[in-house]
Design a protein around this ligand. Structure first.
Ligand code: BMA
Length: 927
């Protein structure tokens, strides 16, 4: 790897010396200070911590019970309505008069008044900004030992006060406000789901939620508080596919506390993952403006190993050490781990050659990594906890391991949580998970007063710069469900008024486009998660994006899709699914497992419709009304019940806990079944005129223990959905597509490999007793790169047997190569077609057997006397891990099937193995 001289101001140095020694700044990490948190109204004063939040400190000190237990969501609202003060003496400061002293906060949640030595320093009102304040003069007048005191105002009260200010903005439509939520979230810059969401509780926490420091600098010293690193192809423009043969350009920009001398320069050293220097030199085009220094350099691409998402190639990473130097002195240096890749959301018009391939006219809407189209497989990531400070590295590594084990390569980081911390991007960089990232706005229209917009500008600028170096960063989107929901609703309620679209564009184009395009060339931007894309992208305009909205030509296909339908009677009607270029969210809720419920509710509440369980369901009925009443909370429960009763035998076990557990599980089966139907439909679209290239279901994981759309429960346990998604996100799959009105039945093989794969498909009809109803048939197929091919066509109206008594097993074996490999691999997949109403099917006892081998650590299962539908291996409470597969079907002729297991944590001392149980849908029919 080498730098190109024309980007440099000085002679380039390859394999040169390391940077000189660091400087003598004094940095006090405020997590080491002795904090108290107090509230005078309740006469509470207890030890506090940083980073933390009030609820976490009160819980640790025994003042409140576990906020996640029972009805803590409601019972602890008094905490939220109060103001809280965090206070600590400042030790370890250098009292010499030369030092300038600063407070640096990477995150304050949210409304604060900050004092040092009883003197006001500043007030803050944005959870997502980094704040820094000079306190040198206050310290010099401090009569006693300095004390830092931060008073947090109640976000719920303050947002209500802001909402009722005279002249405050109102909208013709309400934002989405679910059951049991605090109102007015759109007026403040705080995690929007902190006020409650349809999958989460409303704690609206407060506290110093990110690291905080005191920084002391001598006259010429500087401290790097944020770093932008942008690696792109020369000539690259946002939202457009770059020339992959162009050289790489690295742009670095450091934001500092202190003064950067005008003679300062930037040096760079690139190291491989083993810390060997692969290149070093100086950056050119240096500009210094106040407290920011920027420079760039071109890099010869030959030796740069590309970074790829999981499944598409290796995750090559490098360290980039950037130093600010002035003559022979190194003023500061910072190291960021990054990689070489281009990622673009291509929304260009469908070209003539694409039309000639049979792609429907309109615009593209797909991602390209390093110039390759690929199929994005994944889900939506929500805040993994209502209290971020307790989200640990270990928990996130475990979660992301489940993501990659589940064959997912992309997560959409949903727009109304918090900007993802760097350590999570780091995990995604290492594991190869692309993170479609969003600004924190969702399901509401937002104020556009100058103060609000200025506040957002700071927040956006800080976060775009902070995370841009992560190769996993895939996209910036302005917010959640704005163009497809909030804006049209406002326009429908107040027709012919252009105010709503103008205001929308003020925030999501005029403010956020410069925040992205002004800082990075490597990342694409869309204003709304669901969008028809642009009508025009013109970089000679002040804001280069002109939105398409509903300016559509009939017969053309444009954007991505969002699909929810809580009428489960049409769940498997394929014509009810949207046809688009990409599915960015779709779903249906289900109950968590009994094991998870036991962590959160008392034994007497373990009934499907107990008040506690109903009140933890925050899903409102489709179409509203979104009011705070108990009757509505039963609707979400009702939707799950109706679906379970319609499609499956429903449990009626005499043991009430077993019955509850089976009901929970049956709602998970419906959820998984419905998602599989949509995922196969969207994936098949990769080879149909819509050229559909992505499926991200709603939602990856849970924020707490409750009925939600998640595929992974709060503690990491996989629901049926995560197993089924793993199965159907394999590279080469077979699936059936049934029009139950006409009886037309087809099957397709779909592949997201980048080269063709060939193999054969076998189809066999079985009775539920395991007997073959007809001789199996086999066809050979070749499926193209990122394509689909039909391998079966028939009709269920001409079958010689009743569909209620038969299942068709289809399985494929195909040879193909994974992207970026030459090695041929064998891909296998199986799929069962059956009547939708399994409650009416002639299920028999499948005679399931289960054994475990200490030696291999594998389980062996077999259906000895009939077809086993939705086989489920269950792990006891206290143990966490996942099977290689689960939720599958078995026929007796399959013989024994060995299934691997990965243990993640265990509190049973190994006894869990004996607690593993096996069952299938047949168990629902047992008393
Ligand atoms: C969409 C999402 C989320 C929501 C989910 C389930 O609205 O964008 O806001 O939680 O559906 O209702």
């Amino acid at each position: 790897m080498k730098f190109f001289p024309h980007y440099q101001t000085s002679v380039l140095t390859i394999l040169g010396t390391a940077a000189t020694a660091a400087t003598a700044q004094n940095i006090v990490d405020l997590s080491t200070a002795k904090w108290t948190v107090s509230n005078p109204v309740y006469n509470i004063s207890v030890p506090g911590s940083v980073p933390s939040q009030v609820h976490l400190d009160l819980y640790r000190e025994g003042i409140i019970p576990d906020p996640y237990f029972g009805l803590g969501d409601f019972e602890l609202r008094w905490v939220t309505y109060e103001n809280w003060t965090y206070e600590a003496p400042l030790h370890g400061l250098d009292s010499s008069s030369e030092a300038s002293t600063w407070l640096l906060f990477n995150g304050l949640d949210t409304f604060t008044s900050i004092e040092v030595c009883g003197q006001h320093v500043a007030s803050t009102n944005n959870q997502f900004r980094q704040y820094y304040f000079e306190i040198s003069s206050i310290l010099s007048t401090c009569s006693s030992d300095p004390t830092l005191s931060i008073n947090f105002g109640s976000a719920v009260n303050i947002s209500a006060a802001i909402a009722s200010e005279p002249g405050q903005e109102t909208w013709p439509n309400d934002g989405v406000e679910g059951l049991f939520e605090f109102p007015n979230r759109q007026f403040i810059r705080k995690e929007q789901s902190d006020f409650g969401w349809d999958w989460g509780p409303a704690f609206a926490p407060a506290g110093i939620w990110q690291p905080a420091y005191v920084i002391q600098l001598a006259d010429s010293e500087i401290y790097v508080r944020n770093t932008l690193l942008d690696i792109y192809r020369e000539g690259q423009l946002n939202n457009l596919p770059p020339d992959q043969s162009a050289s790489w350009v690295l742009n670095a920009s450091l934001d500092v506390i202190g003064n950067i001398p005008s003679s300062a320069e930037l040096k760079i050293e690139i190291l491989d993952i083993n810390n060997s220097t692969v290149a070093d030199g100086s950056l050119g085009n240096i500009t210094t403006s106040g407290s920011t220094i920027t420079g760039s350099v071109a890099i010869d691409g030959e030796a740069c190993q590309l970074w790829w998402p999981k499944g598409l190639g290796p995750q090559n990473l490098y360290y980039f050490k950037i130093s600010v130097v002035d003559g022979s002195k190194t003023l500061a240096s910072v190291t960021k781990r990054s990689g070489f890749r281009t990622i673009v959301l291509n929304m260009t018009p469908i070209s003539a050659s694409q039309l000639a391939q049979g792609i429907a006219p309109g615009n593209n809407w797909h991602f390209e990594i390093n110039g390759h189209e690929f199929y994005a497989k994944g889900s939506n990531f929500i805040p993994p906890d209502a209290f971020w400070p307790r989200v640990t590295q270990e928990r996130m590594e475990q979660l992301f391991q489940s993501v990659v084990d589940g064959n997912q390569n992309m997560l959409r980081v949903w727009a109304s949580g918090a900007y993802t911390p760097d350590f999570i991007y780091d995990i995604a960089d290492e594991m190869g998970v692309l993170l479609w990232s969003e600004f924190e706005f969702g399901d509401a229209l937002y104020p556009v007063g100058q103060d609000f917009l200025d506040n957002v500008r700071e927040e956006a600028d800080y976060n775009v710069r902070r995370v841009n170096h992560h190769p996993s960063l895939a996209l910036w989107a302005g917010g959640n469900e704005l163009e497809n929901l909030e804006l049209p609703e406002a326009e429908a309620a107040d027709p012919n008024n252009t105010r709503w679209v103008n205001e929308y564009e003020k925030l999501f184009l005029d403010v956020l486009v410069p925040a992205v395009f002004g800082n990075t060339k490597s990342i694409s931007y869309i204003p709304s998660s669901t969008t028809n894309g642009y009508l025009e992208l013109n970089f000679s305009l002040p804001v280069p994006i002109i939105e398409r909205y509903n300016n559509e030509t009939p017969g053309s296909i444009y954007g991505d899709t969002d699909h929810y339908d809580y009428d489960s009677t049409v769940a498997f009607n394929l014509s009810s699914y949207p046809v688009g270029r990409f599915a960015n969210e779709f779903g249906f809720h289900s109950m968590p497992s009994l094991q998870t419920w036991q962590q959160a509710v008392s034994p007497e509440d373990l009934h499907f419709n107990s008040s506690v369980i109903q009140l933890r369901n925050h899903h409102y009925p489709a179409g509203g009304p979104f009011t705070d009443n108990f009757a509505n909370s039963s609707k979400g429960m009702g939707e799950m019940t109706i679906a379970a009763e319609m499609y499956y035998p429903t449990p009626y076990h005499s043991d009430s806990i077993a019955n509850f557990s089976a009901w929970c599980h049956t709602t998970q089966i419906f959820q998984a079944d419905f998602y599989r139907s949509q995922i196969t439909y969207y994936r098949r679209g990769s080879g149909l005129p819509e050229r559909q290239l992505g499926s991200l279901y709603w939602q990856l994981e849970d924020i707490w223990q409750a009925p939600t759309w998640a595929g992974i429960e709060y503690d990491g346990r996989w629901k049926v959905l995560h197993y089924i998604a793993k199965d159907i996100y394999q590279p080469v799959i077979i699936a059936s597509y049934w029009n139950y009105t006409t009886g037309d039945l087809t099957a397709y093989v779909t592949s997201d490999l980048w080269t063709p794969a060939s193999g054969s498909a076998t189809f066999a009809w079985y009775g539920y007793d395991g007997s073959l109803l007809a001789p199996p048939s086999t066809v050979d197929f070749t499926v193209g790169a990122l394509n689909t091919t039909q391998v079966f066509a028939g009709s269920t109206s001409t079958l010689p047997f009743d569909l209620r008594h038969a299942v068709m097993k289809m399985n494929i074996t195909a040879a193909g190569a994974l992207p970026n490999t030459d090695e041929t691999r064998v891909f296998k997949h199986e799929y069962y077609f059956h009547d939708l109403l399994l409650g009416e099917a002639s299920l028999v006892d499948p005679g399931l057997t289960l054994s475990y081998s200490e030696e291999s650590g594998n389980f062996t299962v077999e259906a000895t006397s009939g077809v086993a539908a939705w086989v489920w291996l269950d792990i006891p409470a206290g143990t966490l891990g996942n099977f290689e597969e689960n939720g599958f079907w078995l026929v007796p002729s399959d013989g024994p099937r060995e299934i691997g297991f990965t243990l993640k944590s265990d509190e049973s001392g190994g006894k869990w193995v004996k607690g593993v149980t096996i069952g299938s849908l047949w168990n629902n029919t047992l008393p």
